[in-house]
Design a binder for this molecule. Sequence first.
Ligand code: ABU
Length: 550
Amino acid sequence: MSRCAKEDSAKKPPPVKDDGKGFGNVDKELSEAIGKLTYKDILPLKEKGYEETHEFLMKVIDLLFEYMKETYDRGDGVGAKDEGKGKVNARRGKILEFLHPEEMSQVLDLEVPDKPKNLQQLVNDCAVTLKHSVKTGHPWFFNQLSCGLDIVSMAGEWLTATANTNMFTYEIAPVFILMENVVMKRMREIIGSSFSNGDSILAPGGSISNLYAFLAARHRMFPGYKEKGLHSIKGQLVMYTSDQCHYSVRSCAAVCGLGTDHCVEVPSDSRGRMIPSELERLIVERKKRGDIPFFVNATSGTTVLGAFDPIPEIADICQKYKLWLHVDAAWGGGLLFSKKYRHPRLTGIERADSVTWNPHKLMGTLLQCSTIHFKEDGLLISCNQMSAEYLFMQDKLYDVQYDTGDKVIQCGRHNDIFKLWLMWRSKGTEGFEKQMDRLMELSEYMVKRMKESPDKFHLLLPEPELVNVSFWYVPKRLRSMPHGPEKEKILGKLTPVLKGRMMQAGTLMVGYQPLDETPNFFRNIISNPGVKESDVDHLMAELDRLGHDL
Ligand code: ABU
């Protein structure tokens, strides 16, 4: 047990198992008759058990709706009164009610039983689960790259869960496979006309998307690798990426046989952007050693600083040395929609050979939704096809090109397309453009407000390129101290303490991390289109309330 947990539990009486009371204003009780039933009395075991199934599911949906209401509830200050009821509700306006893992384990009944639990218990289990979850869609949750809860996309996810199919063959996912084709083509067109006739696939996360790019690049250069393996490459392959890239790029080197020593980290400038002259120097250095540079990753939107590597200069170098250019735009890809912000950040992206772009980040599609796009059609299938005879038979009734599962190294593929397609239908491309511009404006507002209080907020980058705003909060006692390495060291120690206070209060969540030699600092993300200027004001006031005395 951690020291804090020990101190906390010494003060408190032993926790009792939570029954979901205090969550939402909805009646959680099923009718007595239905509440006593079990899984055997609803679909699919009870044929025509529509009434019982309906009551059970509607109750779950009521709870989900309560969760959504809480997600969007800013309260009227902590402990606000419920409208019309006069009761104090301590949950209002909160993102979470933090418990240490040991306390949470005691409060939750997580046992997997030998005998069936009745439907009422299952409804209570849903209420307890929601009650203790972190509301990542709350407008005061600025903690991750993926924030927010888009209702249309969520409706799409519900439909996906109900349709419950696998994306490997057209045979069992005809509508979704066609949707994937249409949406992927549209995304490629947005990347640039050079990608229009390429190929794309939805992958389980940006890291796997980057891996698909790596595999395709190696296959393009060494097609014999698929059959002959390591011996088909006579030399040491080397890949390049900036020292600010996502760690999944290095992970490609680890899992694909290069070793991380051969994923060369190219130094970045003070804004976190790869220095092209350094890239060229490091390529020449490895070539002189007889190694085989083959792959360069340019990041469009680094995870911490939100930096964009200069694609045109990097593309020139890749062209000169005949290297594959991958752009990891998992984070910053959403800005491709914006006429105002696309350039210069993503200028030149159409020169890449492959692009990762995660709609579950800036675009706000529900987790998870990640895409990988290739300029050249046919590479994915040629690289990954295993022609499993039980699944990808070539003599099927229909055109088997639509059995996209054979293009990937996974077998099963989750349906991540419907929630994106439905969301795109709801907003139109125009709506996404407005969303991107709004997120950028809100971040600019935050930077402006912080610049107005330089004694309290020290920005690491005065002009961020994306919605990442990196800063230190400066408590009262340090405000007269000049900024420098000594002060940064102290602030780096105070930052996790302030984060701890935020979590205990439950009224704000902002992420923090060190970066290379820079001690811990906050990285704020505005990717929730539900955020307003007043939420940014709340964030700054709350940091001050919780941190001024540190
Ligand atoms: N690259 C995954 C997202 C990490 C984050 O939310 O900070």
